[in-house]
Design a binder for this molecule. Structure first.
Ligand SMILES: [Zn+2]
Length: 168
């Protein structure tokens, strides 16, 4: 093994199980493998911290003897991962688990779902919350900002130590 090898990440898999138990009970009993890649992928010029996929049926058959049925694979870019705080790592894995819908009853295959909302900041600045999905997304951002403002009032710390993973 060299530091160029992609390797399974048992420690991160443990974290994934913990977060799944807490926030994604519908994934109970499913196997979610985590593979570390030495260098994070890039997509459209942006670093991809992590990416979740469903193994193809061919890959599933190949790995079945070694691992049983693997429902989801989370690929983590280890160089980018190393720079994250513990709180950011938890948020990153929670994000990936949000993509996992569980097994489709009809097809028997695990399903993935896209993000709640995707938009450019400048479009929101120019046109506001022009789609219903943006509105509910903005509500989530607003409630988080409110919590940060309350923290700032309490500590005088505009970012909030908690938001940075409890580091000073
Ligand atoms: Zn995502």
């Amino acid at each position: 093994m060299t530091d160029k090898d992609w390797m399974r990440q048992p420690m991160i898999e443990g974290e994934v199980r913990r977060i799944a138990r807490q926030h994604h009970p519908h994934l109970d009993g499913l196997t979610i493998a985590v593979i570390g890649r030495p260098q994070a992928a890039k997509s459209k010029g942006k670093v991809v911290l992590a990416k979740t996929s469903v193994p193809s049926e061919a890959t599933g058959a190949l790995i079945q003897d070694a691992m049983g049925v693997v429902h989801y694979v989370i690929e983590v870019g280890l160089d980018a991962w190393a720079a994250l705080t513990p709180a950011q790592r938890t948020a990153c894995l929670d994000h990936e688990l949000c993509h996992c819908l569980g097994v489709d009853e009809e097809s028997g295959r695990p399903k993935l779902v896209g993000h709640d909302a995707e938009e450019f900041g400048q479009v929101i600045r120019r046109h506001g919350l022009w789609r219903p999905d943006l509105e509910s997304f903005a509500e989530a951002v607003a409630s988080q900002l409110e919590r940060q403002l309350i923290r700032m009032g309490a500590t005088g710390d505009p970012l909030g130590a908690e938001a940075r993973g409890g580091r000073p």
